[in-house]
Design a protein around this ligand. Structure first.
Ligand code: KG4
Ligand code: ZN
Length: 336
């Protein structure tokens, strides 16, 4: 019987922040295994991610997760065609764990290594499993970054807007901490805001009228702090709804404006904050009214995972790209 070529099998490791993840992807679309081990609870008592705690726990979790993923896929390491890891941006000591492991596997197996940018993983995730990445305006909203990107195709990314201070997810996390709601703040604020009045507290819309595609969320955070200091009996529900509205309104406004400016008929939204129900609702409404196509990463692909890293690696490999095994990590993000 003729052997059907299902494409290359890639094993990817993600360890940029507080999630250790391993995925095995075949042919750029068949996810044979996608495992995530979250350290969220470990960090919750500190109200944020502690870098050294994160890297130690990646070291503890990664080998076990790797074995489980291979077992789930029913594969031996020798069946993997290429190994990929997130090499940045992220916490340096955390990135090194996944990167060293993927490089070691690639060296031992004599297979290629691919260094993948975490933000590219997020950016491509709304098109997971697709062979072609259409031109679009990307809104990437995570805990560490807020980017508007003019995307022409795989590897052709022009960052046209970013935050000047806090990232959108970071604003959610910090404000949740101020209100005393716990970590991570995004999902908790999303829940608490349900049914709340988004117009109860007038909060600033950072840089909404700046005429460019930059963001700023630190003034909003300060405004919430002042409000909490000044007012007694603040309604948590209304405050969460008002804060959330202030963030997502600016994100949606600028994404639409940038899509128009850069002549895109398509917007794709990714990163942890893309799970936000109010952001989804606003963008869905405006894009329908404006005749813009809208893509979201599926929720399981929105927060940190290795499937998106494997997919980005597959898209690169498909174009014949591999990385030097000596490639360093890049903790900071300046551009793609
Ligand atoms: O992409 P991600 O998992 O990690 C980074 O690369 O940073 O994003 C995590 C961020 C956190 O700040 C979290 O609070 C936020 O995404 N987040 C949300 C929601 N779910 C997660 N923010 C708003 N609404 C949500 N439903
Ligand atoms: Zn992320």
């Amino acid at each position: 019987m003729e052997q059907v070529d299902e494409g290359k099998t890639i094993l990817a490791i993600e360890s940029s922040c507080d999630e250790t993840a391993v995925a095995i992807l075949r042919g750029g679309k068949h996810l044979l295994a996608g495992l995530v081990s979250s350290q969220m609870e470990l960090h919750a008592r500190f109200g944020g991610v502690v870098p050294e705690v994160a890297s130690r726990n990646h070291l503890l979790a990664a080998p076990n997760l790797l074995e489980k993923a291979l077992h789930k896929a029913g594969l031996e390491v020798s069946a993997i065609d290429a190994f990929a890891a997130t090499t940045g941006p992220g916490l340096a000591a955390a990135l090194m764990i996944g990167t060293a492991l993927a490089k070691g596997l690639a060296l031992a197996a004599g297979k290629p290594f691919l260094a993948i940018n975490h933000m590219e993983g997020h950016l491509l995730s709304p098109f997971f499993g697709k062979r072609e990445i259409p031109a679009h305006l990307a809104l990437v909203v995570s805990g560490g970054h807020t980017l508007l990107v003019d995307v022409k195709g795989v590897g052709d990314y022009n960052v046209v807007g970013r935050t000047l201070d806090d990232a959108a997810g970071e604003a959610f996390d910090k404000v949740a901490k101020l209100i005393g709601l716990g970590y991570p703040g995004g999902p908790i604020i999303d829940q608490t805001a349900e049914g709340g009045n988004p117009n109860r507290y007038m909060l600033p819309r950072g840089m909404r009228d700046s005429g460019d595609y930059q963001f700023s969320f630190s003034g909003l955070k300060t405004a919430v702090r002042y409000l909490l200091e000044k007012e007694k009996n603040v309604s948590q529900q209304d405050l969460c709804a008002s804060f959330q509205e202030a963030v997502v309104e600016v994100l949606a406004d600028k994404a639409i404006a940038a899509a128009k400016h850069f002549r895109h008929s398509r917007i794709a939204v990714s990163g942890g904050v893309s799970c936000n129900r109010r952001l989804r609702a606003i963008l869905t409404g405006v894009c329908a009214a404006e005749g813009l196509e809208l893509h979201f990463a599926e929720p399981w692909l929105s927060t940190d995972n290795a499937a998106m890293i494997a997919f980005a690696a597959a898209s690169r490999l498909e174009r014949g790209e591999i990385s030097d095994i000596g490639k360093d990590i890049t903790p900071n993000f300046s551009s793609f």
